[in-house]
Design a protein around this ligand. Structure first.
Ligand code: NAD
Ligand code: FES
Length: 273
């Protein structure tokens, strides 16, 4: 069993949970994920690492209560325990060598983009972080990102923080201002990653995106997490989750995402009773 050490809401939709898992805390790197199962009747879900503390032996996950399992997860308290917490899975994000990076987080994706920004900052890279949220009440990790970025730009869809617009508008503005990024990394909704890649393509800026398709086994066997990248079909769980943003078939990924939505709603309704 994996004891839960701390649970705290980050906003009305998003929860941060610190789990004791010393083996994983020693090995996990930014971009990698774990598969967890609450108990024997629960499904396995992938969650990408938000932070780890090898000395304390803890791994922090951040999740949005959107499906049956994440809703149950959000109800757990410090002192409860998870049955399974397996990992690290997937490949670490390739961050070595970047000197001027822009890390982009859309909504919850900000929590996944944060460890990459932190790693880059700690390894001498100048990091801009652009994040986007529907409104100011959903803004995540502002202080943590301030501590590891040269510049943080927070956009809101409704302008409620005084900075109205999408992350792609802020990125275009930074490029127009002369920011000479050698790496752009985007984590968030597929449609956001599609348009981030479209923004960087004309400038030939290396762009990595973190794909988050449905995962079942996390081992490359079930085919659930297939993503078309260039001419190949790859598996996000073993070949990713990061891919070259200029090669991903985003429209195909969005079509596959929609296919499972009715199953997820049915599971959520059953969980809500
Ligand atoms: P959201 O729908 O509120 O979008 C967040 C931000 O993304 C917006 O504020 C905007 O700045 C940007 N965005 C959205 N559509 C855009 C477009 N067409 N062009 C440019 N920018 C656009 O996000 P949410 O409700 O917090 O949902 C989080 C999403 O992130 C979910 O879809 C979830 O699956 C995904 N996610 C992905 C990963 C991953 O590893 N890729 C991890 C966690 C969450
Ligand atoms: Fe089954 Fe990736 S989750 S192949």
């Amino acid at each position: 069993m994996y004891p839960i050490e701390r649970v705290e809401p980050l906003n009305a939709e998003v929860t941060r949970m610190v789990v004791r898992a010393p083996e994983i805390a020693r090995k996990i790197r930014p971009g990698q994920f774990i598969m967890l199962r609450i108990d024997e009747r629960g499904e396995r879900i992938p969650l990408t690492m938000n932070e780890c503390d090898p000395e304390a032996g803890t791994v922090t996950i951040v999740f949005q209560a959107v499906g049956a399992t994440t809703m149950r997860l959000a109800q757990l308290k410090a002192g409860d325990a998870l049955l399974d917490f397996a990992g690290p899975l997937g490949n670490p994000t390739e961050l070595e060598g970047a000197r001027r990076a822009c890390v982009i987080g859309g909504g919850l994706g900000t929590a996944i983009a944060y460890p990459q920004a932190k790693w880059l900052h700690e390894h001498g890279c100048e990091v801009d972080v652009i994040t986007g949220f529907r409104n100011k009440d959903l803004i995540l990790l502002e202080d943590e990102i301030n501590a590891c970025s040269a510049r943080q730009i927070i956009m809101t869809d409704d302008g409620s923080n005084g900075n109205k617009g999408l992350v792609t508008q802020a990125l275009q503005q930074r490029i127009d201002e002369g920011a000479d990024y050698d790496l752009v990394l985007a984590v968030g909704p597929v449609i956001m990653m599609k348009f981030v890649a479209a923004t960087t393509r004309p400038y030939g800026i290396k762009t990595l995106v973190s794909m988050n398709p449905l995962m079942i086994d996390g081992t490359g066997m079930c085919g659930g997490c297939r993503v078309k990248v260039g001419d190949e079909y790859l598996h996000a769980c073993v070949d990713g989750p990061d891919f070259d943003g200029h090669l991903v078939d985003y429209d195909g990924a969005m079509r596959r995402g929609v296919m499972y939505r009715s199953f997820e709603s049915a599971a959520r309704e059953a969980a809500e009773g």
